[in-house]
Design a protein around this ligand. Structure first.
Ligand SMILES: N[C@@H](CCC(=O)N[C@@H](CS)C(=O)NCC(=O)O)C(=O)O
Length: 207
């Protein structure tokens, strides 16, 4: 049974999984759920993921949800230590960026992105948008400084899972028109664009 991915391809979190599959050269089938497609509150979906969010995978009967957990699982189960080393220290140095992306960094952009890019009527408070934008910009500047130190990818010379989580976030950041210029982030984006997986599922997958 081949790998099955549940979730619509426009979701930033589903795109992490699709890009990881491209890096692993892993064939998969995908079912559209959430966003404009079938509702994740349907019992059939809640049986896959009780919290009702995409992505979810079914890998030979093993159900896994939470995008970063899924991509860690895929790299480990396929023995791809280049993407996520087994040794505790290099592994932690990658995972700290992934966990930060999924928590504080993700939260920073929510209001500004929904208000300014998605034009969501529920997120039009100008003070909240300005605060979100300031926090988002400060956090992208942290990434820029890290990229200045690392010189290539986020955690050094090698592409890792941290680049999938952070790279998609940087793509989202670039959808904001009046963003400050960040030289290392711009260089990094060009580097990511050399990867077929990013070209298929990151850069071309909407903001
Ligand atoms: N922490 C979760 C977040 C997943 C999430 O927020 N998924 C969104 C799409 S990006 C979703 O399923 N939304 C429900 C919907 O669109 O109906 C993860 O990283 O997988």
């Amino acid at each position: 049974m081949s790998l099955r991915i549940y979730g619509y391809a426009g979701s930033i979190n589903v795109r992490k999984v699709l890009w990881t599959c491209a890096e692993l050269e892993l064939p998969f089938e995908r079912e559209d759920w959430a966003g404009p497609f079938r509702s994740t509150s349907e019992p059939a979906f809640l049986a896959l993921n009780p919290v009702g969010l995409v992505p979810v995978i079914n890998d030979g009967g093993a159900l896994v949800w939470e995008s970063n957990t899924i991509i860690r699982y895929l790299a480990r189960s396929r023995g791809r230590e280049d993407l996520l080393p087994a040794a505790p220290i290099p592994c932690a140095q990658i995972e700290m960026w992934m966990d930060w992306q999924a928590s504080d960094f993700n939260n920073s952009w929510r209001v500004a992105f929904q208000g300014l890019i998605r034009r969501n009527p529920d997120h039009q408070d100008p003070v909240a948008i300005r605060r979100s934008l300031e926090t988002w910009s400060r956090m992208v500047a942290v990434i820029d400084a890290q990229l200045g130190r690392s010189g290539e990818y986020l955690c050094g010379k090698n592409f890792t899972l941290a680049d999938i989580a952070i790279g998609l976030s940087i793509h989202r950041w670039r959808s904001f028109p009046n963003r400050p210029a960040l030289v290392n982030v711009d260089r990094y984006y060009e580097l990511l664009c050399e990867r077929p997986g990013f070209r298929s599922y990151g850069r071309d997958g909407g903001p």
